[in-house]
Design a protein around this ligand. Structure first.
Ligand SMILES: [Zn+2]
Length: 131
């Protein structure tokens, strides 16, 4: 945050605007938390925990929807959707369904919704076993 959103003065020394007195400490704290969650999400991905990485990216987006963070979250959603399809191909419909639920808990991604409904329809019609 470089400028005061009230009077557009430059914010250089801290959370208080020198011109109008607006206090941005909560905004800056939320921004710092978003960066921490984003960072943690990247680390978890690197350590092989994509589901938790996605959950943290989703939390971070609720604090501030930075473009790079949105790209990261959408990449994780895409990855998890591919995982769900792979599970479905292997006959692991319940795990695929759970993965779709986890994606939808983070973001209402249309493809996750369609895939979950597809799995629901197949399992209801007993085309796929519930395993
Ligand atoms: Zn100001």
């Amino acid at each position: 945050m470089e400028r005061c959103t009230v009077c557009r003065a430059r914010l250089s020394d801290g959370p208080l605007c020198r011109r109008c007195g607006s206090d941005f400490s909560l905004v800056l704290a939320a921004q710092a938390r978003m960066h921490a969650l984003f960072s943690e999400s990247l680390c978890l991905w690197q350590q092989g925990h994509p589901t938790t990485a996605l959950a943290l990216a989703g939390q971070a987006v609720t604090l501030k929807a930075e473009p790079a963070l949105l790209v990261w979250r959408d990449y994780l959603i895409d990855h998890q959707l591919h995982q769900a399809l792979g599970l479905l191909e292997q006959g692991e419909s319940q795990q695929a369904h759970r993965l779709c639920q986890q994606i939808l808990a983070v973001h209402p991604a249309p493809l996750a919704l369609v895939l979950r409904r597809f799995i629901d329809a197949l399992t209801t019609q007993a085309v796929l076993p519930l395993n």
